[in-house]
Design a protein around this ligand. Structure first.
Ligand code: GDP
Ligand code: CA
Length: 320
């Protein structure tokens, strides 16, 4: 069976580790379509946070506490840059991690599409799944906030809002810059067409999954495709579990609940994307019109627990 997973960074990576554990037992093939909306240029380097979180997690190189960057990291380059006052000083790249960024940036500058760069980096990390960026084109999430000088609104890059301001500036709107012309990356449409099931990882719905679905040809292929689509809730009992998804949801006036996110995605039969919505046992009363809902424990405590979630999602999609 072919499983396609739409995913963001940390939540996506943990979920994919469970999908891989499941696939290892069954021989299923897994393709991850990963958010690029967080991507940004800094210090002349192309930074792709969600792709790297997935690659390092599945490749065994992640710092498990931080959930991003390399294990055993040192920060000499960051300290030296700060001594020059080189902005942005609020964004850290570790010394080991910089090697990845140098390889990626050199390949992009040589003209390779991001999907080819990801494939080349994965030669080293062997994630055990096929990793694809949602698009090879520029697609960046920007956040509209009140200007610091009171002169109205301004849009800042998602990374500046998330990392520098810790999502504390009230977000008025999220914009996926470039989405109107972005095409799915090489391999994405084929994967969706061949999929037996598509899963939405329990990733941030507003700034991880929405930018993937903002690529209109990708969304059309998902909605019009043959495979059932099952989402896994990133919200448990009204809490985003880890991270700041609550701040993103409040910006788009969606309650921080499993039901709120399920309704945000909506039923495929009703202009949305979902056939099934998997929620935590504590959220069993969740109702999303037109969508089959099932409830199981959704805490990704280890790969076995996550693989059990994956099996429940496949069952909900009629593919177990
Ligand atoms: P990011 O790109 O690094 O922010 O990561 P993602 O968007 O892929 O995932 C972040 C989201 O994962 C968080 O907002 C949480 O809602 C969700 N999450 C994290 N841990 C868990 C967990 O154990 N279970 C569930 N259901 N969701 C989780
Ligand atoms: Ca992210």
């Amino acid at each position: 069976m072919r499983i396609v997973v739409l995913a963001g960074g940390i939540g996506g990576a943990r979920f994919l580790a469970g999908v891989r554990a499941h696939a290892h037992a069954t021989g299923d093939e897994v393709t991850a379509v990963v958010n690029v909306g967080d991507d940004v240029w800094m210090h002349g380097l192309r930074i792709t946070p969600d792709l790297d979180s997935v690659m390092y997690t599945l490749g065994g190189g992640i710092d498990p506490e931080r959930g991003w960057g390399r294990a055993g990291e040192t920060w000499t380059v960051k300290e030296e840059l700060a001594k020059y006052g080189a902005e942005p000083t609020w964004f850290g790249l570790g010394d080991r991690d910089i090697a990845t960024h140098l390889v990626r940036t050199r390949m992009l500058n040589a003209g390779y599409p991001l999907s080819a760069v990801v494939a080349a980096l994965c030669d080293r990390w062997q994630p055990g799944i096929t990793m694809l960026p949602a698009t090879d084109d520029r697609l960046e999430t920007h956040v509209v906030v009140a200007a610091e000088d009171g002169s109205g609104d301004q849009a800042i890059h998602f990374q500046e809002w998330w990392v520098r301001h810790r999502a504390a500036l009230p977000a008025k709107q999220f914009r996926f810059v470039g989405a109107d012309t972005a095409k799915p990356a090489a391999g994405v449409l084929d994967a969706l067409q061949a999929a037996d099931i598509v899963l939405l990882a329990p990733s941030n719905p507003v700034v991880s999954i929405a930018p993937v679905l903002a690529v209109s040809a990708l969304r059309d292929a998902l909605v019009g495709g043959p495979a059932p689509v099952v989402g896994v809730s990133p919200i448990i009992g009204g809490s985003p579990v880890r991270g700041m998804a609550d701040k993103c949801l409040s910006a788009v006036n969606v309650p921080c609940t499993a039901e709120g996110v399920g309704r945000l995605y909506g039923a495929r039969s009703d202009g949305g994307v979902l056939d099934g919505w998997l929620v935590d046992s504590t959220d069993a009363a969740t109702d999303v019109p037109g969508v089959r809902v099932a409830a199981v424990p959704l805490w990704m405590t280890d790969d076995d627990a996550t693989a059990a979630m994956v099996r429940a999602a496949l069952e909900l999609g009629g593919r177990a």
